[in-house]
Design a protein around this ligand. Structure first.
Ligand code: SAJ
Length: 406
């Protein structure tokens, strides 16, 4: 198959890196995004999200003339859909963006084209995409549909797009083969073949696996608190067993993937995904548990010293060394403390300004705070000098644990 032009729909955390990578590999790429401002920024060779090396890729893609962004799709040989799949109330998956992106292809898609879904999706979504085009009056008999889930880690996207193994599942064997052929032109990792439903479930399984394992670590941390045990020491020791590898507890699970995708399985399983559901609940509960602990410490301080405690919340992002606040438990904890009138210093070295409250400078905050709560293990926190008089609580693996309250 001769592939010249690719249309990428959705120019966010997955679509833009993919579009710019393909354009740098010599493909003509037509990128599509609903937001005119995003389109304008990209057409200037600039980026609207933070991701290492992405700026260089986008700049050279646009300068070469191979990447052009627009708010509407265009004819192409391959269409890649990379739009968000959030959930509605009650954790029911919302595939509206996929449906409307697919409808937007109807005037352009033709016989011989490949339509690829990269968005993380409930099982059966690739079939729904084909049906959507049929309903729009498109003859889909010679159009190839496949799911190739994105699996890249924010912060390492440009590397992982090329080096990770990919899973490709077509709605027919021919669709799988043609799509695999395409990914092999730019992926160094292995490109693995399956069917569309298995590919959809594989992606959900990967993130659920991680969620369940983090829930185990979070449960251990809450039990350790109860038993007067240092959870970090406990996990270090248990992990010395050759077949044990416990993940790290934190203040909850954030981001737009691991805290979301397991619900797609739970929703479809109708009561049969008990462990996956329980893990989600444990991880969400961990955040509430942290809020209670911090509040209790602040109230104890107030009782003892007759004045309100100043609480420094160290880190707002959903994981270390990034600026991404989406579904961040650290941000949620900080907001709850602020809303409940605690005296909070919010520290986030990766962000300069935030609409809801002032961002305090790291060293200054630990100097003036009474209680220092580490929520995210940003590198800036590792060597902080902290006065012995301060109360330190850490919900991430970070600092001199001898100082910590258990
Ligand atoms: N976390 C812990 N303890 C750990 C590891 C992570 O509490 O031991 C927390 C983090 O602090 C964070 C959350 O989990 O709040 C998720 O972080 P992450 O780094 O594990 O994953 P994401 O959400 O950035 O990216 C995941 C990746 N999936 C897997 O590792 C299975 C990535 O490969 C996917 O492409 C991405 O989801 C996605 O887009 O689905």
């Amino acid at each position: 198959m001769n592939i010249e032009k690719i249309c990428v729909i959705g120019l966010g955390y997955i679509g833009l890196p993919t579009a710019s990578l393909l354009a740098n590999r010599g493909y003509k790429v037509h990128g599509v995004d609903l937001v005119q401002e995003t389109v304008d920024i990209i057409n200037q060779g600039k980026i609207h999200i933070v991701e290492p090396d992405l700026d260089t890729f986008v700049q050279s893609a646009v300068n070469s003339g191979n990447l052009v962004a627009n708010i509407v799709a265009d004819e192409a040989d391959i269409f890649i859909i990379a739009v968000p799949t959030p959930f509605k109330a009650n954790h029911v998956p919302n595939i509206d963006y996929i449906i409307s992106a697919t409808k937007g292809l109807a005037p352009f898609v033709k016989s011989g084209n490949i339509v690829i879904l990269e968005s993380t999706s409930p099982v059966g979504t690739t079939d729904i995409m084909e049906q959507t085009l049929k309903d729009e009056g498109v003859d889909t008999s010679k159009i190839y549909f496949a799911h190739c889930p994105e699996r890249v880690l924010p912060g390492k996207i440009m590397h992982e797009l090329v080096h990770n193994d990919r899973i490709v599942g077509g709605t027919t064997d021919e669709a799988t083969k043609k799509t695999v052929e395409f990914y092999k032109t730019f992926v160094v990792g292995e490109v693995l073949e399956t069917d569309a439903r298995t590919a959809e479930m594989a992606k959900l399984t990967e993130n659920s696996f991680r969620d369940v394992n983090i829930a185990f670590a979070n449960e251990l941390s809450m039990l350790s608190g109860k038993f007067g045990i240092d959870v970090w020491e406990l996990i270090d020791l248990a992990n010395r067993h050759p077949r044990v590898n416990i993940l790290q507890p934190g203040c909850g699970v954030g981001g737009h993937c691991i805290a979301v995708d397991p619900w797609f399985i739970v929703d479809a399983a109708k009561g049969d995904a008990k462990l996956i559901k329980q893990a989600r609940e444990v991880n969400d509960y961990k955040t509430e548990w942290v809020i209670e602990k911090v509040k209790n410490s602040a109230l104890e301080f107030e009782k003892k010293h007759g004045k309100k405690a100043r609480v420094a919340c160290m880190g707002l992002a959903f994981k270390p060394d990034i600026d991404d606040l989406r579904e961040s438990p650290a941000l949620y904890i900080t907001k709850r403390l602020v809303n409940d009138s605690f005296d909070v210093l919010a520290v986030e070295p990766n962000i300069e300004n935030f609409s809801d409250f002032k961002i305090s400078e790291c060293k200054e905050a630990v100097k003036i705070a009474d209680i220092i709560v580490f929520l995210v293990s940003h590198k800036e926190f590792l060597d902080l000098e902290i006065d012995d008089s301060k109360e330190i609580i850490s919900y991430c693996k970070l600092i001199d644990r001898r100082k910590q309250k258990r």
